[in-house]
Design a protein around this ligand. Structure first.
Ligand SMILES: NC(=O)c1ccc[n+]([C@@H]2O[C@H](COP(=O)([O-])OP(=O)(O)OC[C@H]3O[C@@H](n4cnc5c(N)ncnc54)[C@H](O)[C@@H]3O)[C@@H](O)[C@H]2O)c1
Length: 287
């Protein structure tokens, strides 16, 4: 597999991550087939991409007038069979093992044998996902960060079965996307979430125990550690339900009580205080 043979990229799922992934591939000249279940979801994704491209044009990241050309690189469809002409596919459907397995098995059947299949999972074992396909050596984790068009990092996760060729091609592809790939091996939470989530969890414990307010915890980490966002602000941005889910993955995967989710996080999730998306988390947000 050489990098130059990758021209057409399928993106499975056009939600928060999928529309951003389609955006960066199209911006770099790739033909994108963006697939979701309903036309209305694809229209919403296209509108989001158009709005984000306008913002990039205003900031001078792309030339003024480029937006419409980039959009013509993105073909949206609800028909799964259309992904058959892709050389590379990135799965970005919701973080549920059963759903990912069924989407990946279907994609595996449709794609030609030489195509590479990647998952944007943030917590599921890439080795398990690879094993569900007929191409485990051509399977890899490609963990984009939110918001995808803005964040430089792609955490590239090698499944136990990923071949060296496919790993190298994926790393080079990330560079072509003008991203910074960092390679890790498959393990619960990879590196990003294994390091980030315990910090968020500890911040929640500090609030629960009355050590400090959420504002004080965040101020300390911003002013003292030079973090651009405090851990609790970031938790609200990620979604407290997602944070608890990832902590559970770490807890189950390692069997180590140090990853036990803070009871305050669980209580807030039970109350529906999920962070920005629900209008309330550690902070209140205008809806
Ligand atoms: N949101 C984040 O900050 C973030 C960051 C990194 C990684 N991730 C990971 O990215 C993946 C997607 O997350 P998201 O936040 O974009 O979710 P989302 O819910 O915003 O989007 C998922 C999309 O997939 C679609 N979908 C469901 N079943 C499908 C199918 N069979 N075929 C095609 N599309 C289908 C849904 O309709 C939805 O539009 C998850 O694995 C998540 O863990 C998310």
């Amino acid at each position: 597999m050489t990098l130059d043979t990758i021209r057409t990229v399928a993106v499975l799922g056009a939600g928060t991550m999928g529309n951003g992934i389609a955006h960066v591939f199209a911006r770099c000249g790739y033909n994108v087939i963006l697939r979701d279940l309903e036309e209305s979801l694809l229209t919403r994704a296209r509108d989001t991409i158009a709005k984000n491209l306008d913002r990039e044009a205003k900031k001078g990241k792309i030339a003024e007038g480029e937006q419409s050309k980039i959009l013509t690189h993105i073909h949206t469809t609800t028909d799964f069979s259309e992904i058959a002409r892709a050389d590379f596919a990135v799965e970005a459907v919701p973080e549920r093992l059963d759903l990912k397995l069924s989407v990946l098995r279907e994609a595996d059947k449709l794609l030609r044998p030489g195509a590479i299949l990647a998952s944007n999972t943030s917590s599921i074992s890439v080795t398990t996902l690879a094993a569900a396909t007929s191409r485990p050596d051509r399977f890899i984790g490609m963990h984009f960060m939110n918001p995808v068009p803005v964040m430089p990092l792609i955490e590239v996760i090698r499944a136990l079965q990923t071949s060296e060729d496919i790993f190298q091609a994926t790393m080079a592809l990330c560079e072509r996307l003008e991203k910074k790939p960092v390679a890790v091996n498959d393990a619960p939470g990879f590196v990003s979430n294994r390091v980030l989530l315990p910090m968020i969890n500890e911040a929640a414990f500090a609030v629960m125990e009355g050590v400090a307010t959420a504002e004080a915890v965040d101020s300390i980490m911003k002013l003292g550690m030079n973090h651009p966002m405090g851990p609790l602000e970031l938790a609200d941005f990620i979604g407290l339900d997602v944070c608890v889910h990832i902590l559970d993955v770490l807890h189950d995967g390692f069997g180590d009580s140090k990853y036990r989710a803070c009871p305050l996080l669980r209580k807030m999730v039970a109350a529906g205080w999920l962070g920005r998306k629900s209008g309330r988390g550690f902070y209140a947000y205008a809806k």
